[in-house]
Write a protein that binds this ligand. Structure first.
Ligand code: BGC
Length: 755
């Protein structure tokens, strides 16, 4: 059947449905159209709609073999490809879409997917950094711009946001998420999905969003990539799943991606409980579940599937609708149906979801809607987008330490700028840099130059050897210290030192787990020598994860956490160092003192022996403190905020909490006011503290404001081991302050029933 005859068929259905009315065509329901199409499809075409290939334009997983690549275009023509990822540029999208629409039997348009994680052409801070801004409007705006740019390049589906809660700084993918907290993670998930999908998904500049990875990927054992995750039900429902629920319930994310890991022994791609019972069942998700890259076929390595056919069977039974790069659905599903092993209705349901997505995106109305060479010419990397990237980069910086007021820089001192990363135009782009041009970020050195700062630059030492690429292992310089002497001399001759150390962009991200999370290579040695030469040292840390900064914290007077901040990194860092911008970022992940403390996080359950006054037999390390180096929610400002007047008031639907916050310093600044709750006694042990509210406010010097929060059943309840949400009356502690270590607190008794 051709596209034309398909529409005649659909028209026929419309006439049937709408009876004698005049405008029957426009009355056609989407369901009737989809049913008509499904009725017309062969088993091969159905399996094809459930198949997603990667284009060789960009490779984001284990490279597929050449022969498969050649076959792909032929397969599109045969109508057995539903979606392609990694197609680069509008013209390439047009070529492939034209084959699908004009040359395949049913002419069903394809969806074009890409990992637009922190920008398409204009790079924004990595998501972990953006999370440090705690600014939901800015985060939504950054996703909005990414979606405008991606759609201007023909993309209509992003595999973002990654919302895996993680307590594992060893795991490289923490750079891609919002950190360790489910509450903050849920708010950010909603903001990002709204940014990508906008008000109207069928508009040419909005794209479908994916909540990933479902589920438990952030809990990979020992932080090792692709490892197993063993997670109890309490943690699953209270920590891992809330951002997914929020992204679906509050922002209607249209797709979800499953994950590489096994969760409690079952590969997520074949997990019926997660995908069928919970996501599609209890939560009523009607969108598409896409597999992760090859995660279907990897079920063989997991020892869960016997062979490819078995993997296809288990994946479709498990609820995984679309197969990305496993190449098992198209060849295996038709015969599984013919042999009576699986029911065709399973395929129909999955196909219906995929076709629905295509309708949502407006592709049935106009398959070329997202293909616009003029937009590609004019809407990428614009001054406006770069200004937005600079703003959120500024707000993502976290001031970790500032003793003796070394910062902000006075503008009159001489400065030695040291470190390879200070001159690096590539690393700030971050790991998932989509279509960003290599080496196109503003370096710190360039930021200093643009601000007219008087400085000498010395690299000190190279960070990596050779070129780092997405698909190859990075080689770190562990021997070459030839630039140390010049760096030390420069430090001696300057009033202050700004030293920029940390990780290359390609040391975090997928496949980039690290067992040690200090400064890689010879950087720590350089830091110690430079500090000895001039103790007036400001350390700027660029990294995709929390690093162990213990030595630095004990010695260096000023430390700035600058992540990988995107294209405008150099300007944003300079803005903060000079005081043009007062830092306001707060850590979305705990910074450990040493790797031995990991996993370390603020919302832990108490032990039965927490008392430090006991000798030996209490919960502690003999060689390390229990406390982290910097707690979740922590971050300083060039001004200071005082919290007072914590009041609680009973309301019909809960408890109102109010607090007065005053800027007691001498300059304007922004503060993230955080509210934590502790349920003293419950039917399960509850975390010592849980974030249940936050507000970011800006106050002039001397200005104060009273903020209110509501604690309802939603904030005071929890999920039990069966995954049911329960509220248990009782006594709760409320803490309010500028970090998870906030001291101001009040006890509340909630004995009335809350609805
Ligand atoms: C990653 C996904 C990503 C996919 C497609 C996988 O390796 O785990 O997050 O969306 O590749 O690039």
């Amino acid at each position: 059947m051709t596209m034309k005859s398909f529409f005649l068929l659909v028209l026929g259905f419309g006439v049937l449905l709408a009876g004698a009315h005049a405008n029957e065509q426009s009355e056609l329901t989407r369901r009737a159209k989809i049913d008509a199409l499904i009725a017309e499809m062969t088993l091969e075409e159905k399996a094809g709609q459930l198949t997603q290939f990667s284009d060789p334009g960009d490779i984001t997983g284990p490279a597929p073999s050449g022969s498969r690549d050649k076959k792909k275009r032929k397969l599109i023509k045969s109508g057995v490809v539903g979606s392609v990822l990694n197609v680069v540029g509008v013209e390439n999208v047009r070529v492939l879409q034209k084959i699908a629409v004009e040359e395949s039997r049913l002419g069903i348009p394809m969806v074009f997917a890409y990992d637009v994680i922190h920008g398409q052409k204009t790079m924004f801070p990595i998501p972990l950094a953006e999370a440090a801004s705690w600014d939901l409007d800015l985060i939504e705006h950054s996703a909005r711009i990414a979606s405008i740019e991606a759609s201007a390049q023909g993309i209509n589906w992003t595999f973002a946001p990654m919302i895996d809660v993680s307590r594992e700084p060893r795991w490289g993918r923490v750079m891609e998420g919002a950190g360790e907290d489910p509450f903050l993670g849920a708010e950010i998930a909603v903001a990002r999905v709204r940014g990508f999908q906008g008000e109207d998904l069928s508009a040419h500049d909005t794209i479908a969003s994916t909540l990933k990875h479902f589920a438990g990927y952030g809990f990979v054992e020992s932080g090792k990539e692709y490892n197993r995750a063993d997670v109890g039900t309490i943690t699953l429902h209270n920590i891992i799943l809330p951002p997914f629920r929020a992204g679906l319930e509050r922002a209607n994310a249209r797709t979800v991606m499953n994950s590489f890991n096994t969760l409690n022994g079952v590969p997520a791609t074949g997990d019926r409980y997660l995908q069928r019972d919970l996501l599609k069942g209890e939560w009523g998700f009607d969108g598409v579940i896409v597999s992760d890259w090859g995660s279907g076929i990897e079920m063989i390595e997991h020892g869960f599937a016997e062979d490819e056919r078995d993997a296809a069977r288990l994946a479709i039974l498990g609820g995984s609708d679309m197969d990305m790069e496993s190449f098992i659905y198209a060849p295996k599903l038709p015969s599984l149906v013919r042999d009576g092993v699986i029911n065709e209705a399973l395929l129909d349901d999955a196909v219906r979801r995929v076709l629905n997505l295509k309708f949502d995106l407006g592709l049935f109305e106009d398959p070329y809607r997202y293909i616009d060479a003029v937009r590609e010419e004019t809407q990428l990397f614009t001054a406006e987008h770069r200004a937005a990237a600079r703003k959120i980069a500024q707000d993502s910086v976290v001031l970790l330490k500032n003793e003796g007021s070394l910062l902000p820089l006075s503008g009159t001192e001489s400065i030695a700028l040291i470190g390879a990363l200070a001159d690096d135009k590539d690393t700030p782009l971050g790991n998932w840099r989509a279509r960003a041009v290599r080496n196109s970020a503003i370096s710190v050195r360039e930021g200093f130059e643009a601000a007219g700062i008087d400085f000498d630059f010395e690299r000190g030492a190279r960070l990596e050897i050779g070129e780092a690429t997405f698909g190859s292992e990075i080689a770190i310089n562990v021997t070459d210290k030839s630039g140390f002497e010049e760096a030390v001399t420069a430090a001696k001759n300057a009033d202050k030192v700004v030293i920029v150390l940390g990780e290359d962009a390609l040391q975090s991200g997928e496949g980039r787990s690290r067992a040690e999370i200090g400064f890689p290579g010879v950087q720590q040695e350089l830091l110690e020598l430079v500090y000895d030469a001039n103790p007036n040292t400001v350390l700027v840390v660029m990294s995709g994860r929390p690093l162990t900064l213990t030595w630095a914290d004990e010695n260096v007077p000023a430390i700035v956490q600058a992540w990988h901040l995107g294209h405008e990194a150099g300007h944003a860092i300079t803005d903060v160092l000079t005081g043009a911008v007062n830092p306001s970022g707060k850590l979305p992940m705990t910074f450990p003192r040493s790797v031995g403390q990991v996993p370390i996080y603020y919302n832990f359950l108490n032990t039965g022996r927490p008392d430090p006054n006991q000798p030996v037999f209490w919960a502690h390390y003999t060689d390390e403190e229990n406390a982290p180096l910097y707690p979740f929610g922590y971050g300083l400002s060039y001004t200071a905020f005082k919290y007072s007047n914590l009041r609680t008031r009973k309301r019909d639907d809960g408890v109102e909490v109010s607090v007065r916050v005053k800027n007691v310093g001498d300059r304007a600044g922004a503060e993230v006011v955080q509210l934590y709750v502790h349920d003293q006694v419950a039917s399960i042990s509850r975390p010592e503290r849980e974030l249940k509210g936050f507000q970011k406010l800006t106050l002039d010097a001397g200005e104060s404001s009273t903020l209110t929060f509501m604690l309802t059943k939603k904030e005071l309840g929890f999920y039990n081991a069966r995954g049911d949400f329960v509220f248990e009356p009782g006594v709760f502690d409320v803490f309010v302050g500028g970090s998870s270590a906030a001291k101001l607190n009040k006890e509340i008794r909630v004995h009335f029933a809350l609805d």
